[in-house]
Design a protein around this ligand. Structure first.
Ligand SMILES: O=C(O)c1cc(C(=O)O)c2c(n1)C(=O)C(=O)c1cc(C(=O)O)[nH]c1-2
Ligand SMILES: [Ca+2]
Length: 686
């Protein structure tokens, strides 16, 4: 009998709540409804973690980002890879049980801002739910992987909506949001009946067409905080709920984090200003009806892509002598928030990294903005950048240490108001505008002052201060897991998987895993044995264009246990300086114009040629000369459609492509010259 045959039959809301007493299973994205990612399992501990070894690895056949947390129930693991493919495995052995491929049309790839990723499934009563990148919610038979039903969650399939987040199940509803606010959509969250897929409710996060009635009172209230001209409606306004949710069964409140405005630049989106509710907020809804209950807005009038879709954790903390039911969040904007989850009352907010857009928060929970932090005509560096001081990579909270473990980062970027901004126009020099990105900013060609960093922060949410940290070589490290064994687990951009002492931050164990890690680990128990699993596969918005590893493997799941002795699979070297493009003739005078066109059409997928190391999409500065010889075929036909590459026929002229090629070869030549210079300097130095 297949271990999957009866799998997941007993999983429902009561079971997820009951499991939290033992945490033997990992039945939902954040482990429990409070999304703590704190496991009570302690067989693997700070005493013995040095004996952790590989139990098995499994090849996900995935070359793009893997962001899923592996769920495990009844000895079966359910994990997703890029393009929303679901894999069910025997959790103890890694043997495949079934695979479900929703067959996302590869043309949909270009509708996503941030890689064709998926963060995992939800499980309920013998069913597995996955949201596919092209906007469907699929219900699968947990035993066989057969599809039971599929519903279209999108209100308009011509718009650039995508799904990357994991659904959550509360009672008899399965809930899913979507993304798309970089291009221009109106964000909403929808609940479906777990059995039939029939829609139960939908809540929009921003007001809609001003010529039509409001969907509910929350939209009426929100509309007062947007420019009365209704200009935002051209693009949808944004506010997409593409990742975080949490649920408090006692209060019966569903919490959801909302995204940035479209376009990013408020000057262009809502010229009269305003808070633009409910962008960049946490919102409490009635999970049964979807009715709005309250909100707290972290970034009023967001103008920096400061989403609040980042991980939400619920905990009961003692603050100033009182036990408070709190909600904790570390959104992109760089502040750590503690709010009262019963009514949204602000308790505290402190920066967990350097920030330059706000000095802090007043007692009413409003940011004190720094003069000049918004939409300037001259280039200015906003810290954090739109990559966020913390992105979707899940954090975790350990009640034993009282600490939150945050994958924090800095990815410097210089912005500049785009005065020529118009919805859907292709302003040359505006990032990926040729593909429909509409941020309302240029990425200015000015070197940022800040340096990139990636840091694991252990944060005390009561004192609102750092307790310990671990520094990494690069931003964009994995989500975290913490356990009653006094451990914190995290994978890194440079392809390692690590365990720390949760109290002190001492590094206790590490292993290479062949490629960069962005996903968060999970831990679970089977036949008396504790396992730790992590899905690896470099990608996401930062990982499309750059990486911190020299070797890569395909996306994989690694599962560890004490005494595990399986052997590590091989990975391969991707690229050396000698692979830099050479021999393409070009006119150096074409380089500047080519650079602007490159920015408009190529940058956000292919990175800066020869400067970024290349991510999970090719860096064109390392193209082979044959690719450049065939470049008209690649750019003006559907030759690469199966990989998600769109045709630029009608968007670029042959002359413009020639200028882009000049920029690519010019950049490779410049990089080669710089390396030679460096070598000369270092050899004459000794
Ligand atoms: O505005 C949106 O709708 C939206 C969606 C997504 C997504 O669905 O992945 C991301 C973002 N924004 C975003 O701003 C961002 O930094 C980001 C990173 C990632 C990722 O998976 O690495 N997704 C997203
Ligand atoms: Ca966004």
């Amino acid at each position: 009998e297949s271990p999957a045959s009866n799998a997941a039959a007993g999983i429902d809301t009561a079971a997820i709540i009951a499991n939290d007493k033992t945490t033997r299973e990992w039945p939902s994205y954040g482990l429990n409804y409070a999304e703590t990612r704190f496991s009570r399992l302690d067989q693997i501990s700070d005493d013995n973690v040095g004996k952790l070894g590989l139990a098995w690895s499994y090849n996900l056949n995935s070359r793009r980002g893997v962001e899923a947390t592996p769920l495990v129930v009844d000895g079966v693991m359910y994990v997703t890879a890029s393009w929303s493919v679901v894999h069910a495995l025997d959790a103890a052995t890694g043997e495949p049980l079934w695979t479900y491929d929703p067959d996302v049309p590869r043309e949909w790839g270009v509708k996503g801002c941030c890689d064709v990723v998926n963060r995992g499934v939800a499980i309920h009563d013998g069913k597995v739910y996955v949201g596919s990148f092209d906007g469907y919610l699929h219900a699968l038979d947990a035993a066989t992987g057969e599809r039971l039903w599929k519903v279209n969650t999108l209100i308009d399939r011509s718009k650039p909506y995508t799904i990357t987040g994991a659904p959550r199940v509360i009672n008899d509803r399965v809930i899913i949001g979507n993304g798309g606010a970089e291009y221009g959509v109106r964000g909403y969250l929808t609940a479906y009946d777990v059995e039939t897929g029939k829609q139960a409710w939908r809540w929009f996060s921003v007001p809609g067409n001003p010529d039509e009635p409001f969907e509910d009172d929350s939209m009426k209230k929100a509309a007062e905080t947007w420019d009365p001209e209704g200009k935002w409606w051209e693009e949808g306004g944004g506010g997409t709920m593409w990742d975080s949710m949490a649920y408090d069964p006692e209060l019966d409140l569903l919490y959801v984090g909302t995204g940035n405005g479209t376009p990013w630049n408020r000057l262009q989106r809502s010229p009269a200003g305003g808070d633009n509710l409910y962008l960049a907020s946490v919102v409490a809804l009635d999970p049964d009806t979807g009715e709005y209950q309250w909100h707290y807005q972290h970034t009023p009038g967001d103008s920096w892509d400061y989403t609040s879709t980042q991980h939400i954790i619920l905990a009961d903390l003692e603050i100033d002598g009182d036990k408070r039911k709190v909600l904790m969040q570390a959104p992109k904007n760089g502040f750590f928030y503690v709010i009262d989850r019963t009514d949204g009352e602000f308790i505290s907010a402190e920066p967990f990294v350097q920030v330059n857009w706000a000095e802090g928060y007043d007692d009413n929970g409003r940011p004190i903005e720094v003069e000049g932090a918004r939409s300037r005509t001259d280039p200015w560096e906003t810290i954090p950048s739109p990559y966020g001081a913390h992105n979707w990579h899940p954090m975790s909270f350990n009640p034993d240490t009282g600490l939150v473990y945050i994958p924090a980062q800095g990815v410097p970027l210089v912005l500049q108001n785009n005065p020529n901004y118009e919805y859907n126009n292709t302003t040359t020099g505006a990032p990926n505008a040729g593909l429909g990105w509409n941020t309302g900013y240029f990425f200015a060609n000015v070197a940022p002052e800040a340096t990139p960093f990636g840091t694991l922060l252990a944060w005390d949410p009561v004192k609102q201060e750092e307790v310990w940290r671990a520094e990494y070589v690069s931003p964009w490290n994995g989500g975290t897991l913490t356990t009653a064994g006094n451990l914190v687990f995290q994978g890194t951009a440079d392809g390692r998987f690590l365990a720390y002492d949760a109290g002190t931050g001492e590094l206790l164990w590490q292993t290479p895993v062949g490629t960069g890690v962005v996903a968060a680990p999970s831990t679970w128990e089977h036949d008396g044995q504790q396992y730790v699993s992590v899905a690896v596969g470099w990608g996401g918005v930062y990982g499309i264009t750059q990486r911190a590893t020299e070797k890569v493997g395909p996306g994989r799941v690694f599962t560890f246990r004490l005494g595990g002795d399986a052997s590590m699979p091989d990975s391969m070297v991707i690229r050396q300086p000698s692979d830099l493009l050479q021999g393409v003739s070009y006119d150096p005078d074409d380089v500047p114009a080519g650079g602007a066109l490159y920015m408009t059409n190529c940058l956000l997928c292919h990175g800066v040629p020869a400067v970024n190391n290349g991510g999970n999409l090719p860096n064109l500065g390392y193209s082979s000369p044959a690719v450049i010889r065939n470049i008209e075929d690649i750019v003006f036909t559907d030759a690469r459609a199966a990989l998600g590459m769109p045709s630029f026929k009608g968007k670029l002229s042959e002359r413009e492509l020639e200028q882009i090629v000049a920029f690519i070869q010019g950049s490779a030549d410049a990089a080669r010259a710089a390396m030679a210079e460096q070598e000369k300097a270092s050899s004459s130095g000794d």
